[in-house]
Design a protein around this ligand. Structure first.
Ligand code: AMP
Length: 192
């Protein structure tokens, strides 16, 4: 989790590759739908271009379908989901309240983020939209950190720096927290 432009997509893709689990990005899935001109794509195109959140109902249905695919059985890296309290609740229902191993939070300076987004050149990266997406993140998504904080799942990462460096930080944090998918638990470690 982190504000727009924090590097979630890039890093999620690299970490997923490293761990051998699928990278599940709801934003990417929506962009694919929009590009392919599916019914869902037509519904979400204007919403995305405006920097708004797609309604939970559509987002959750799409995610549920994705997580049911066989490649997600051993784990997955979620990128850009959950973004609302409703999505947290839906995810709890889908994978259980203890279903997530950890939540990586990107700490990044806002000025640097604006610069990054302006050079990314995506269609939803106009200056107005960027500002609006920040506000939406602050209002709707930042509060979710408290929920995962209470569950002891937050892992904070310094998101500024070389792409490789940031990937290393995340992988080290995952190792330190033993968040590897299917990590083997020694018998002596099983709580009695
Ligand atoms: P992203 O690639 O994660 O920045 O997502 C791009 C856009 O897709 C967002 O600005 C939203 O319009 C939409 N989107 C992606 N994920 C979600 C989500 N979990 N809930 C609602 N809208 C989403």
């Amino acid at each position: 989790m982190g504000p727009p432009g924090a590097g979630k997509g890039t890093q999620a893709s690299r970490v997923a590759h490293e761990l051998g689990v699928p990278h599940v990005s709801t934003g990417e899935m929506f962009r694919d739908h929009a590009a392919a001109g599916t019914e869902l794509g037509r519904k979400v195109q204007a919403i995305m271009a405006a920097g708004e959140y797609v309604p939970d109902e559509l987002t959750v249905a799409m995610l549920e379908e994705r997580l049911a695919e066989p490649d997600a059985e051993q784990g997955f890296i979620l990128d850009g989901f959950p973004r609302t309290e409703g999505q947290v609740a839906a995810l709890d229902t889908l994978i259980g309240e203890d279903g997530l191993d950890g939540v990586v939070v990107f700490e990044v300076d806002e000025d640097e983020l604006v610069q990054r987004l302006l050079t990314r050149g995506r269609v939803d990266d106009t200056e107005d939209t960027i500002r609006y997406r920040f506000r939406v993140f602050r209002d709707q998504t930042a509060p979710l950190l408290a929920i995962y904080g209470r569950r002891g799942l937050l892992v904070s990462i310094d998101g500024i720096g070389d792409i490789d460096e940031v990937t290393e930080r995340i992988l080290s944090a995952i190792e330190a927290y033993d968040l590897r998918p299917g990590a083997i638990i020694e018998e002596s470690e099983i709580p009695q």
